[in-house]
Structures are given as structure tokens and as C-alpha cells.
Design a protein around this ligand. Sequence first.
Ligand code: CO
Length: 293
Amino acid sequence: MTIAVAPHLPVTSSRTVERLVTGQATSDGAGVKLTRVLTQNLQHRLDPFLMLDAFGSDKADDYIAGFPDHPHRGFETVTYMIAGRMLHRDSAGHEGLLQNGGVQWMTAGKGVIHSEIPQQEEGVMEGFQLWLNLHSTEKMNAPWYRDFQSEQLPRLQTPKGVDVTVIAGDSHGVRGAVTRDITQPLYLDVHMPLGSRFEQALPAGHNAFLYVYRGEVRIGDQTVPEKRMAILDNATQADGVVIEASTDAKLILVAGKPLKEPIVQYGPFVMNSQEEIYQALSDYRDGRLGETA
Ligand code: CO
């Protein structure tokens, strides 16, 4: 359902672009080609976000192997499948088909073992996987999982014709599919016609970035080209961001409240100390990580 929002200018002073980032080509799982946009060296700057992968290919060889069984502990994964079909199964007993515009939100907490396997042998597979950290008091909580088909996601349209899917957080009074008290994530997919303008309120202390996956936008006098991430500054007087579309453009806008805790990552485990990583490794080795009891 799309909610038409009233004319409304929530931003009086826009953040600017602190830095543009080009992702790194890599592969993960059993050989899925992807672009790692948010890399480990940006985990403190973009706290509470730990990783953003963009995948997009019409060549089956780039995605067909998928992600066979692997563990996670200590954070949340948010997979947004713009095009394509992927089947998820995990050790907590969840199963879901993620497809065309759907979102899967998985809180690994104390541990899940899951697989993500493509359900197509040709055609385009495109989307994003975002990793969102958990506070130290929540890292060992029980796993949680929801999937949302495209039509279940809240949407709004501004008077300027900008279409927004609100995956998490709040935009122009429309509440997203998922909210979180501690990290307060905002996750929007924003589709902008040429010449349009989009304003989004953002608390100054929250870390924020956007990634343009089609076309080109401008923030102030800075151009953000296709396939670039723009890290937004945290200027104390800024109350949001104003984005202008230089072409028809599509982007994701992501923000959250930093946890300001130590981050220790070892592959699919993200904890606060080395000891907790050793514990995760031995729990995984001994078959205790994905236990449901
Ligand atoms: Co995974």
C-alpha cells in the first residue's frame, strides 16, 4: 500500500557529503560475486552498521552457487532482494522465499546457521545485504526472523513524485516494516524522478549514508554518481538530508544510532571482545551455536 504524504519540508539544514566510497569487488558464500560497499574499516565511522554488500548480475554463474550453511552470531542481517528469488533456511526452524522486492530481517543473536540458495537458473539477481550490530546486552538473545513480501512493505509517495519504501524506521510519518529501540535504524529505498527533491529528517548524532544504484543525485553541490556510497557528515546543526535527482535515480538511504562499543569481528561473528569470539568459535565447533534450546 502506498500512502500519499502531504507537502512537508522536514529539513531546514541539510547534511553534506563527507566522503564518496567506491565498493570493492569480492566474492562470498560458494562464489557469489558482489560489491562490498561498507567494508570493515568503516565499521566505526558508520556504527551501528557493519557491512553492506551490493549484488547485481544477469549472469547465473555470478550467483548460482549461493550461500550454503554458515553461522552468524552477535548482529542482524537485512537482505533486500530487488530482483530474483532466494530460499532461506535456518537452524531456528525458519524458512522463507525471498523474492522481487521482498525483505528478510534476521537477528542472529546468540547464533543461527543458515543457507541462502538461489531459486533461479537465469535472469537478473539484484539486491543488498546490510549487517546491523546488536548492543552488548542483546548479542546473546534468541534468534528472530521475519520476511516481508514486496506488497507488505510500507510505501509513501511525496507530492514531488518520489516513491519511498520504508524498510525500517520512519519517513514522513510512515512507520517502517521493522523498528529497533537501541540502534533506531532507518532503511529507505528511494526512487526519484529527474529533477525531484527528497528530504529526510535525521538526528545529528546518527550515522548515515546512501548508495545510488541507478542514475545520479546531488547533495548540496556534491554529485553522487551511480554505484557510489556517500557518507553523510554529522554536522550538529543539520537536521536531515536534502537529495536532488540529476537523472531518474534510485538509492538506498540508511541511518542509525551508534552503539559506541568495541567491535571485534571474526568472519560471521561480531562480538565485543576476543574472548567472546573464541567462545563463538568453540560453540560452533561443538555444535552448540545453532541449538534452539
Ligand atoms: Co548469512
